[in-house]
Design a protein around this ligand. Structure first.
Ligand code: HEC
Length: 184
């Protein structure tokens, strides 16, 4: 009796694994790329904080965060942005569509509801947007995005006069990673 069920089920799951849907592929790729980016930026940040302290790390971020992001985009043949409504770097400012999504996620966080792991949007037949929330999940983030003061606050203001990326607490939504994945 058992064999009759086992064989078709095995076949069906093999087929599914062999041909993942476009959405499944984009989810996988988006997660791989965003993990690589978070690891790269997080790793660099950690070692700069450990060896030089927040001022050195701040300088490092201003100088290299975008370049490192570009590098991973190039390697993965995608385009990648880090986006926030309360952006520090003007380049990372959310547009209208991105602001709507971030507000939706922010409301979830404020109501104590879980955030989705990611969101996919078909922008055309050939491009899928992959969005992943970035949450303040490490006390170290607060060194530069919490209630900062003194020399560090001055240095941030000097480089980013319109900085809005302060006053965060643990668990807050900081922004998101947006990756444009082209189908080939
Ligand atoms: C040493 C200071 C420092 C620390 C620590 C730090 N950041 Fe930042 N962060 C910056 C600077 C400077 C920028 C602006 C430059 C850039 O990355 O484009 C920035 C930008 C960002 C951005 C892009 C959006 C924007 O506001 O421009 C995100 C998202 C972000 N940080 C998240 C985090 C998270 C999450 C952590 C903790 C893992 C963290 N940061 C820790 C200094 C810091």
């Amino acid at each position: 009796m058992r064999r009759f069920f086992v064989i078709p089920l095995t076949l069906a799951s093999t087929l599914l694994i062999a041909s993942p849907s476009v959405e499944e592929q984009a989810t996988l790729k988006g997660n791989q790329i965003s993990n690589a980016l978070l690891q790269k930026l997080g790793g660099e940040l950690k070692s700069q904080m450990q060896t030089g302290g927040p001022m050195v790390a701040l300088h490092f971020c201003s100088q290299n965060a975008l370049t490192l992001t570009e590098q991973i985009a190039k390697e993965s043949k995608t385009s990648i942005k880090r986006i926030s409504i309360n952006n520090r770097n003007p380049v990372n400012k959310a547009n209208k569509v991105e602001t709507a999504l971030l507000n939706e996620w922010d409301n979830l966080v404020k109501n104590g509801q879980p955030l989705p792991a990611q969101k996919l949007v078909n922008v055309s037949d050939s491009t899928i947007m992959f969005y992943k929330p970035i949450v303040i999940n490490n006390e170290a983030c607060l060194k530069c995005h919490g209630n900062i003061e003194g020399e560090l606050a001055k240095a941030v203001k000097a480089t980013y006069p319109d900085d809005k990326a302060i006053g965060y607490k643990m668990g807050d939504l900081r922004g998101m990673i947006a990756i444009a994945i082209d189908q080939d």
